[in-house]
Design a protein around this ligand. Structure first.
Ligand SMILES: Cc1cc2nc3c(=O)[nH]c(=O)nc-3n(C[C@H](O)[C@H](O)[C@H](O)COP(=O)(O)O)c2cc1C
Length: 277
């Protein structure tokens, strides 16, 4: 190979090595900030539907990240519910993850919503470590957040997710202490078209859910559905407890939300029955 080519090759190699080192260094430096902002994003969305006062919420936007996280720790409780509708302690998850080599300090620093993500992503390894099949091992954990500022529950918040038209829609729904009335709902992440399905994250749409009931007059689970058109024109006043207006030009998104809202709420209903008693 001529000398000049060797120089070009060596120079290219050197540049790529330097860029890789630089990127790796930047990524390590920014890791904590990235984790913090992802954590804050989840916490802010949970707080936003919880019934936290509007003024307090506005003040919170001016405060630093640590204040918001502290409020979440002091006034909210996170629970795990398994497929048998029993509560599972965070210690159990941590003990399981320690089997895979996770350090105690690392696990202790995690929020419940981070712990469950790691746990679910390691199901195959965890099942293997316990000599079980994944289906047999998987407790199918669900998250539940309780907003209890003064030891009295103000709302129960559950994550909701499912397909709209283009992709997954992620949100939270909060129920009042009767575990029947919707306190608030929020769709914080979606790929639906702005002005069409994308209207699902707009207040005119989400505000309609406030005060709707997920149980009928005899206490059976019915959820809340989005109709095509105006709910008022289609249903008698008693049924209006369970319907909201549709999004014009967003019928597929609306159908998707109706479906996953029903599925997600119903998956908690057996557990909720034990609290309603
Ligand atoms: C570019 C484009 C983007 C669209 N985005 C959405 C969407 O985000 N959600 C949705 O339900 N429908 C969307 N639609 C419309 C659907 O294809 C369908 O026509 C609509 O859901 C029917 O709703 P309607 O009966 O209320 O008109 C889109 C259509 C086009 C052409």
């Amino acid at each position: 190979m001529p000398r000049t080519r060797i120089y070009v090759f060596a120079f290219a190699l050197l540049v790529s090595a330097l860029v890789s080192i630089g990127l790796a260094f930047a990524s390590t430096l920014l890791r904590d900030d990235q984790l913090q902002s992802a954590r804050l994003y989840v916490i802010k969305n949970i707080i936003a539907v919880s019934g936290f006062s509007k003024e307090a919420l506005e003040k919170l936007t001016q405060k630093d990240a640590n204040t918001t996280i502290k409020i979440f720790h002091d006034q909210f409780e996170s629970k795990f519910i398994n497929k048998a509708n029993e509560e599972v302690s965070p210690e159990w998850l941590k003990t399981e993850l320690k089997k895979l080599g996770y350090a105690t300090e690392e696990l202790e620093a995690m929020e419940a919503f981070e712990l469950i993500n790691i746990f679910n992503s390691k199901l195959a390894l965890l099942a293997n470590a316990t000599n079980k099949k994944v289906e047999e091992y998987d407790p199918q954990l669900k998250l539940l957040f309780l907003y209890k500022p003064k030891d009295k529950v103000i709302s129960y918040i559950i994550p909701i997710e499912g397909y709209g038209l283009w992709d997954m829609i992620y949100g939270y729904v909060a129920l009042k202490p009767d575990l029947n009335t919707i306190q608030d709902i929020r769709f914080h992440k979606h790929q639906e078209t702005p002005g069409l399905g994308g209207e699902c994250s707009e207040p005119w749409f989400t505000n309609m859910f406030k005060g709707k009931k997920i149980l009928n007059s005899t206490g059976d689970f019915v959820s809340v559905a989005i109709v095509k058109g105006k709910a008022n024109d289609l249903y008698a006043s008693t049924d209006l407890n369970h319907y909201v207006d549709g999004i014009s030009g967003g019928t597929i998104t609306s159908k998707g939300i109706t479906k996953f809202l029903r599925e997600d709420l119903s998956s908690y209903n057996v557990y909720f029955k034990t609290i309603r008693k």
